[in-house]
Ligand binder design. Structure first.
Ligand SMILES: Cc1cc2nc3c(=O)[nH]c(=O)nc-3n(C[C@H](O)[C@H](O)[C@H](O)COP(=O)(O)OP(=O)(O)OC[C@H]3O[C@@H](n4cnc5c(N)ncnc54)[C@H](O)[C@@H]3O)c2cc1C
Length: 580
């Protein structure tokens, strides 16, 4: 066991975590010691797989675009649940962040006059998404990683999985993490911490997200008694490749790809006549499920027994596909042996993004309860809910959120950390010792339950009962089934009893986190008796602003979680009927 002292500890090395580290390092003039802790090698963070691009108004006036229009699109896309002060902040800061990454070396696609090319994305009125082919996340994360390596005061702890936050009297004190390579437990003592652990899309079986997207940061905060916000809002991306669930980026439709049903018809004209395939994701996903349920889905035994629709990009031509969507082409050929220049791709909605997260104020400062914040603790990126995406995120707004709130929280952490050095004391040592004991007893557990069976059953429940369309019966069953899985978890047994690279243990810690969060999702979804954005209740098909224009706030309870509601901030854009 080891106790390490740092001025700032950042948990997570995706775009949000790395951007926070860069900002904190710049703001600290090389003076502050910064630890970047990641359960993966930093460059394997999920952000690396972001494909389509990052939104921001680079050329105001082009196609009639403006920062205000970006704000309106985002508020409308959120089904008016997004906090509009945060949305304004997002759209105002996005252009300068894209330019920063230009300076850091991201090879944005450019036109002949060297201007950064912008592509269309769902729910955006005009093209305003900058991109680097269809590997935008990879290029942005590489650029950040290269920059961080030039700071001698940043230490990256690759493959260290955090297991506990240390919070005392509403003050952040540090965290405990396990070094995967040795199994050693380490306490990182710090007055300033930023959680940037990404989403929890892996709580579903059919998902586009990485295996590492298990919501650990959410769960650590939740277990520390902190509230989570808007957990019922899960984004289903319309076009995940059958049967793996690998994403076919919305950029494919942005470049002009069509969706076709079994009659070969572009069915989106029945659901969103003006936007067609580029309606927001919640609408396109519902339309696909509706087509399949109406008997207009397609079956092909080569791809298993799931029904799907076609994503057709043949008319784009090979040259455009090679230039704009090379990654998609490679994925389709490798995974199912189909070249999208020659044949349409089988696709279906899959869990893709989690709008809900750790409840923060507009500065990313973690809220402690009904009143006040945790001093010295921030959350940024997909794990935080600030909330810009409300009930439905628009594609390409997440990368903007990650880097903007990475910057904001990095600055805030540096300001606070410069006021005094952290001290380790009995609280830290006792917490570390208790965590060591807990981890050892987990390794030694020899119960009959295999954690992977529990995960498989969780995936079945989430896919079948907490999907695109929901109803009270299915959600009630889901709550009970997840509760039963939590009870089974008490009787797990681990096959791997070692401490070196015990991935069996890591997976088990993650499975518990997903159980906790999935239960919160199902309970919050059951409570919200309206349809808004990505949350579609069959019995309540309409949005109900009178009763439900409010954020869900959930805190962990022993048997049932406590759910309360909070105000949505409306500044410029009054709620209106959402038509596309
Ligand atoms: C396939 C795909 C493509 C996407 N494409 C786009 C796009 O083009 N544009 C867009 O705007 N959005 C896109 N998104 C969404 C976007 O990629 C994510 O929301 C964003 O990358 C999340 O970044 P993050 O920094 O919050 O977290 P992540 O990149 O998920 O990083 C999380 C970090 O936390 C660490 N971590 C987690 N738990 C622990 C723990 N217990 N201990 C230590 N470390 C931990 C991980 O190691 C990792 O470093 C896409 C999503 C998917 C699934």
């Amino acid at each position: 066991m080891e106790v390490l002292e740092y001025d700032i500890v950042i948990l997570g090395s995706g775009l949000a975590g790395m951007r926070a580290a860069l900002q904190a390092a710049k703001a600290s003039n090389d003076q502050l010691r910064i630890a970047l802790v990641s359960k993966l090698h930093a460059m394997r963070s999920h952000s690396v797989s972001a494909e389509g691009g990052i939104s921001g108004v680079l050329y105001s006036g082009q196609h009639g675009d403006s920062v205000d229009l970006h704000g309106y699109d985002t508020a409308k896309g959120s089904d008016f649940l997004g906090d509009q002060d945060a949305i304004e902040l997002l759209v105002n800061h996005a252009p300068s962040e894209i330019k920063l990454f230009d300076h850091l070396g991201v090879p944005w696609n450019r036109d002949k006059s060297d201007k950064i090319t912008l592509r269309a994305f769902g729910g955006m009125s005009v093209p305003r998404t900058a991109f680097a082919g269809d590997k935008t996340g990879f290029f942005m994360l590489s650029a950040l990683y290269d920059s961080l390596l030039s700071f001698s005061n940043i230490k990256i702890f690759h493959e260290h999985i955090a297991t506990k936050l240390i919070i005392e009297k509403k003050q952040f004190r540090g965290l405990v993490a396990m070094d995967m390579a040795t199994g050693e437990m380490k306490a990182f003592v710090s007055n300033a911490g930023i959680i940037a652990t990404g989403g929890f899309g892996r709580s579903y079986g059919f998902t586009t997200t990485s295996y590492s997207s298990t919501g650990d940061g959410h769960a650590l905060a939740y277990e520390a008694g902190l509230p989570l916000k808007d957990m019922e809002f899960i984004q289903f991306h319309p076009t995940a490749l059958i049967p793996s669930g690998i994403l076919i980026t919305e950029a494919a439709r942005g470049e002009g790809a069509y969706l076709l049903n079994s009659d070969g018809k572009r069915f989106m004209e029945n659901y969103a006549k003006s936007k067609m395939e580029l309606a927001p994701r919640d609408i396109v996903s519902r339309s696909i499920i509706t087509e399949i349920e109406a008997g207009r889905g397609i079956k092909d035994e080569r791809f298993g027994d799931t029904e799907f629709v076609y994503l057709d990009m043949r008319h784009l031509g090979e040259a455009k596909i090679n230039e704009r969507l090379p990654n998609i082409k490679e994925i389709a050929i490798k995974m199912i042996g189909i070249d999208p220049s020659d044949a349409p791709l089988p696709v279906k909605p899959a869990c893709h993004f989690t709008m809900g997260g750790i409840h923060t104020n507009i500065d990313g400062n973690v809220i402690s309860g009904p009143k006040g914040v945790i001093v010295g603790l921030w959350a940024a990126g997909e794990c935080g809910c600030v909330s810009v995406h409300g009930a439905n995120r628009l594609g390409s707004n997440s990368l903007s959120e990650c880097v903007i709130w990475g910057k904001i929280t990095g600055n805030a952490a540096a300001r606070l950390a410069s006021k005094g050095r952290p001290v380790s004391d009995e609280v830290i040592k006792n917490t570390l010792a208790a965590e060591e004991k807990r981890i050892i007893s987990m390794i030694e557990s020899d119960g009959k339950e295999n954690p992977y069976d529990i995960r498989r059953d969780l995936w079945r429940t989430m896919d079948a009962k907490v999907g695109v369309y929901r109803d009270a019966k299915a959600l009630t069953e889901a709550v009970h089934e997840i509760g039963a899985l939590q009870k089974r978890f008490a009787h797990i047994g681990l096959g791997d009893k070692g401490r070196v690279y015990n991935t069996n243990l890591k997976d088990t810690l993650e499975i518990w986190n997903m159980l906790l969060l999935s239960r919160a999702v199902a309970e919050c979804a059951l409570n919200r008796r309206e349809s808004r954005g990505a949350h579609s209740r069959k019995e309540y098909p309409k949005r109900d602003d009178k009763n439900w224009l409010k954020h869900t706030i959930v805190t962990l309870g022993d048997d049932k979680n406590k759910i309360t509601y909070g105000k949505v901030k409306i500044t410029k854009w009054q709620p209106e009927e959402r038509k596309y």
